[in-house]
Design a protein around this ligand. Structure first.
Ligand code: SAM
Length: 177
């Protein structure tokens, strides 16, 4: 079985966009408890590198780092573990909300921006970036950057996303490098 409900969201996204092809190299940001890692491997990824603040039980084919992605030392470590540019960068990063709307909003946007910048710096040309965002929580700034650096940028709301949640995924395809 899948370790997370989130697994179903990635399955839906990949059924629509077909990004996790055979042999794909994948980086997964905010990967605990490992549902997306399982899905990526199951759908043919040859190597997944993941990071989370929380420990993640091993998944064959994956290197999983317990660390804070916002620590500037971590990006290079992920790339070392990957051993080459990834075809796909996934981000399901989400902090525990503190309940203060403005604070939560800023944190969400901060994580998303960092994930986006990491993708722009490290993706293989032709690659894809899939990231959790929140309706109304996007920086225009990041979207603009993605729109000029990818062939296509779409928004996708999985049916398996919790009813009433403002969660939405950004799917950026065809990295121009
Ligand atoms: N996609 C995952 C799955 O299918 O199992 C679920 C991910 S969960 C929605 C979001 C994760 O982001 C949490 O496990 C949380 O610990 C992680 N996270 C939040 N901030 C982080 C940070 N700064 N560095 C690393 N992980 C972080």
């Amino acid at each position: 079985g899948w370790r997370s409900r989130a697994a179903f969201k990635l399955i839906e996204i990949d059924e629509r966009f077909n990004l996790l092809h055979k042999g794909a190299k994948v980086i997964d940001l905010g990967c605990a408890p490992g549902g997306w890692v399982q899905v990526a491997i199951k759908r043919g990824a040859s190597h997944v590198v993941g990071v989370d603040l929380l420990p993640v039980d091993p998944v064959p084919g994956a290197d999983l780092l317990e660390a804070d992605f916002t620590d500037p030392a971590i990006g290079p470590q992920l790339m070392d573990l990957m051993g080459g540019k990834p075809d796909v960068i996934l981000s399901d990063l989400a902090h525990n909300t503190v309940g203060h709307k403005q604070t939560d909003h800023l944190k969400i946007m901060g994580l998303l921006e960092m994930a986006g910048d990491f993708a722009l710096d490290n993706l293989k040309p032709g690659g894809a970036f899939i990231a959790k965002a929140f309706q109304g929580g996007e920086t225009e700034h990041l979207l603009l950057k993605l729109k000029v650096t990818f062939e296509t940028v779409k928004h996708f709301k999985p049916k398996s996303s919790r009813v009433g949640s403002s969660e939405i995924y950004i799917v950026a395809i065809g990295f121009k490098g």
